[in-house]
Design a protein around this ligand. Sequence first.
Ligand SMILES: Cc1cc2nc3c(=O)[nH]c(=O)nc-3n(C[C@H](O)[C@H](O)[C@H](O)COP(=O)(O)OP(=O)(O)OC[C@H]3O[C@@H](n4cnc5c(N)ncnc54)[C@H](O)[C@@H]3O)c2cc1C
Length: 414
Amino acid sequence: MTQSVHCEIAVIGAGVVGVATALWLRRQGYRVLLLEREAIAAGASYGNAGTLAPYGVMPIAQPSLLKAIPSLLFSKESPFVINWARLPRLMPWLLRFLNECRASRCEANTLALMNILQHTYSGYAPLLADCPQADQHVRHNGCLYAYGTEQGFAGAQAAIALRRSLGIAQQVLNAADVEQLEPALAGQAVAGILFPESSHMDDPRAFIEALAAPLVADGTLHQATITAVQRQPNGLQLLSAEGQVYRADRAVVCGGAWSAALARQVGDRIPLDTERGYHIEFDLEDTLLNRPCCPVESAFYMTPMAGRLRVAGTVELGSINDPANPQRFDYLERHVRRVMGLTTPVARRWLGFRPSLPDSLPVIGPSPNEPRLIYAFGHQHLGLTLAGATGQLVAQCIAGKAPSWLDSFSVQRF
Ligand SMILES: Cc1cc2nc3c(=O)[nH]c(=O)nc-3n(C[C@H](O)[C@H](O)[C@H](O)COP(=O)(O)OP(=O)(O)OC[C@H]3O[C@@H](n4cnc5c(N)ncnc54)[C@H](O)[C@@H]3O)c2cc1C
C-alpha cells in the first residue's frame, strides 16, 4: 500500500493562483505541497493576454450590458457568444449574472474589485524580489485602449468617469496621441485611453514557471489529480487518481475553472462556470506594438510577447468539455488582420477556460462547511493580475489576519 504524504498545507492546482499561493504560504514558514494534475500553468494561466490590469474594476456584469445583450448574442460579429445547445445547463449561472447587472450590485462588485486590485503589485512584490528570473518577464509600459469609432468612445465615458472617481491612473488620448504611442495603429483609432500603471508579461508561462522553479527544485510540486477531499478529525485527506493519499492540516483549492467539483466534496455548491476565451499567435521578429493594445469594439488584446504577437480575448459561454469553436479563431484573425494589416500566417491557436462567478468576483476564503478547506479561485478575466494579492490574502486568512473587506469574496455570498 502507498504511504500517505503529510504536509501542513496542500495547494491544489499550479496555475498562477496556486503557484503564488504556495509561495506566499512558504514565506510564512508552512510546509506546503503543490498538487497539479498536468504541469505548471497548464490551464488558463498559459494562454491569457498577459496583462497586469489594476485598472480592471469594471465587472463584466453591468447595467449597460443588459441593453447590449440582444445585439451581442445574435450578431455574427460579436465578441460575446453563447453555445445555445448549452442554454439549459447555463441558465442558473446566467440568471445570477443578469441579477448582478443591476446598478446596485454592479457598484458593490466594483468596490470589491477595487479593494483587491489595489494589491496587484504589492501582492507580487515580495515574490518577484525573491525571483529576478520571473521579474525579467514583466514589462512596465502601460496598456492602451483604442476606440475605432466615436460611438464606441462615447460609450466609454461612464467608465472613464468611474475610474477617475476611484483615482485610477488613466490618460485620455486623441487619435494623434494613439498614433504616436503605437504607430502600427495609425488611422485605426479616433481616441484612446492609456493606463500607465498597467504592465504585461512577455511570456506568461515562462513567468509562472520561473516563479515556481524553487517549488519544483525542492519537491514541493507533486503530479497528482485530486479526486476526493475527505474530512478527518486531525486534518484533511486528499486522494489522487494516481493512487496517492495526501494528509494535510489544511488545503487550498486553486483549481481554476475545475474547482467547483472539489468544493462539492465538502458540500459547497458554488456557481462557478467558465467564460471560454481564445488566442491566436503570429510569430514576428518585430512584434509591432510597444504594449498591450485593445481595439475596444472588437474586445480582445493584442499583446507583444517574446518573438510573437498574441491576440487574446472574447467570451464564449458554453461547456468546459466542448471542443474549440473554429468561428472564434476566425473572428480574432479577421479583426486583427483588419486592425493591424497583418499578412503573416497564424502560428498557434488556443482555447482556455476563465474561472468565472456570476458577479465577476473570485471566491477567496474558507469553506463555511469545512474551515480547513480554503478557496482561491474564480478570478475570471483578472487571474494573472490578482494572483499575488490572492496568495497574500490566503496567507492572511490562515493567520487569522484577513482584512474585513475580504468578506465580499466569501463563498457565503451565494
Ligand atoms: C483569453 C484569455 C485572456 C486573459 N487575459 C488575462 C489578462 O490579460 N490578465 C489577467 O489578469 N487575466 C487574464 N485572463 C484570466 C486568467 O488567465 C485566469 O483568471 C487565470 O489564469 C486563472 O488562474 P488559476 O490559477 O485560477 O487557473 P488555471 O490557470 O486554469 O489553473 C488551474 C490549475 O488547476 C489544475 N487542476 C484543476 N483541478 C485539479 C485537480 N482536481 N487536481 C490537480 N490539479 C487540478 C489545472 O490542471 C490547472 O493547472 C485571461 C484568460 C483568458 C482565457
